[in-house]
Structure formats: structure tokens, C-alpha cells
Design a protein around this ligand. Sequence first.
Ligand code: ISE
Length: 337
Amino acid sequence: MTTTLRIGVVGAGAMGADHIQRIQNRISGATVAAVIEPDEARARQAAAAAPGAATFARIEDAIAADAIDAALVAVPGPFHLPVLLPALEAGLPILCEKPLTPDSATSLQVLEAEQKLDRPHIQVGFMRRFDPEYAELRELIASGDAGELVMLRCAHRNPSVPDSYLQPMLITDSVVHEFDVVPWLAGSPIRSVEVKFPRANPRTPERLREPILVIMELENGVLVDVEMNVSVQFGYQVTTEAVLSEGVARIGEPKGLRLWRGAQVAQREHTSFTTRFAEAYDNEIQRWVDAVRAGTLVDGPNAWDGYLVALACEAGVRALEGGVHAVESAERPAFYA
Ligand code: ISE
């Protein structure tokens, strides 16, 4: 494709608005041609950042008007299915923010609809795979240069969460990222999930019981722990330590200027995923746009990966009630080989 890709951004909340800015200011080969959002005022406000963009209440209207070549779905997960199905039926390439859908049954529905097309059309927005440090760590593990991977120790810390954030979201909204990126790093699927509760943090909102320690066992025997902690106050921090048979590798440390003063060392820490993963989001969207324009359509996690993550989330949500829960998937169709 030599012409500019016309993207329809579905959902003009915080993530959709962030992507609109990104596409308009930092991505080449694409433009925001439409903002699709039922709340008219919000749609108009978001579209102001994309001069010339049309607004539509539903994706079906944008498709009928032949206004878009591709869809970027940024509505909350429970609303993905009714957007994905018509977009697939219209044969549009799609970048769908995480999760693909909130449960494995609806993810299977999406896979079924997608397999009516000639090839995968959906990329799922697990942006961590596009973070340069994650990519470097994956290469190190795959190369065997520091020996074999034994364990992954992950910390996923948020300063605080909004009132709308409820207990299962520790898994479905947050650990969902580790459920995607850990098998990608380790080269092995998740076999089981367990959750442990340390003593309570007095800063934790009453409706939540956290932090939690999520323990994953992978098919290759690698053990993974994730400290999921959403009341840390001090900032936004996502780190991973890979314990290898001949060394240890760590990513996600603060970068940039360090100030030694008054017998202290200070360095700036992120306060939100939008800055911590800004480069990853830029890389993700640019590579998706390039793939769509080149006709390969997907360059990153696909809908099958999204389905596997939905299964892991189901196991994780059950594990919040105790026990070790197996993750068992259907057979992968050749379509997703
Ligand atoms: C949020 O939705 C995200 O996707 C962030 O990456 C994650 O750190 C946060 O916990 C979620 O609520």
C-alpha cells in the first residue's frame, strides 16, 4: 500500500485519546480517519486532535461509509466482541487493545470468525513485547549466552488504582500483561497458576485484597513469580529479573539522570504506564501500521495469543479463591501456526 492507512480509532477514552495523539504525531504512513465513540462530546473532543477525522457512533457506520482501512480498538475489554465481529466481517485489519475479550468462550468466537478470512487479521495490544529491554531479555534467554532460564521474578507495581478497579482486575487488567509476556520471554506456555496473599498493606482500598503473589509454572519447568501491587504510592514500576543457570539479568530499572545530594541518590521514577511504556506503544503501532501496509497485517501477538491469555486469566481469577489451577488450551489451528 502506498497510500496513507486510514485508521478508525474505536473508543475515545484515555487509551484511545493517547493512540490518536500517537498516530497523528509520531507514526508514519497512517492517519486517524475516524473516531468511533457513542458519546458525542467525547468523540468530538478526541477528534479535535486529528483534523479531518470523521466521527461515528458505531463501527458499522464507519464501515458503511467506507471511511476506514483498519481499526484500532480501544474500548474496555467487555465491549470488544461487538466491535471485533463486524470489523472481521468487513475484512478489516485490527489492532485490539488488551485483552482480546474477557473470557475464553468469547475469544473462541473471535477465533472462529477470524478463520473465515484468508489469514489472521487481529493483533492484540500487548505492548510489552515492543519494549526494547523486554526484547533484549528475550534474545538473551533464547541465545543461551547466560545459560538456561530457571526462574523469572516479576514486579508489577501501580501507585494506586481508580474506584472502578475491582479484585478480579488484579488478574484481568494487570497480571494479564505477564500472562502474555512471560511465555513469550521464556519460550514456553503456562501450565498452572496459583495466588498467595502476603499480609495486608494498610494503604490498600477496602474493596481490594492485595498485594498478591502470582506463581506460574511453565510447561518447561520454569517457575515465575509476579508481585502484583496496586497501592505502592511511590510510582509506576514494572521490573523483571531472569535467573539463568550462569547469570542474572534485570530489566525495568529507572533510567536517566541520577542526582547525588545531601547523602542521598535520587532518580526519577514513572508514575503511569503511559510514560513507562511510551516507546513500546510507539513501536507497537508503527510495526502494526507497517505490517498492514505491507499486507502481512499482523506483527506481534495474534488472536490465538489473546485466547491463551484469556485462559490464563480464568485460571488466575479462580486462583484468587485458592488452589493451583491448570491452564488447558484447545489445539492450535494451523491458521495460527
Ligand atoms: C492498566 O490497565 C494497564 O494495562 C497497565 O499496564 C497495568 O500496569 C495496570 O495495572 C492496568 O490497570
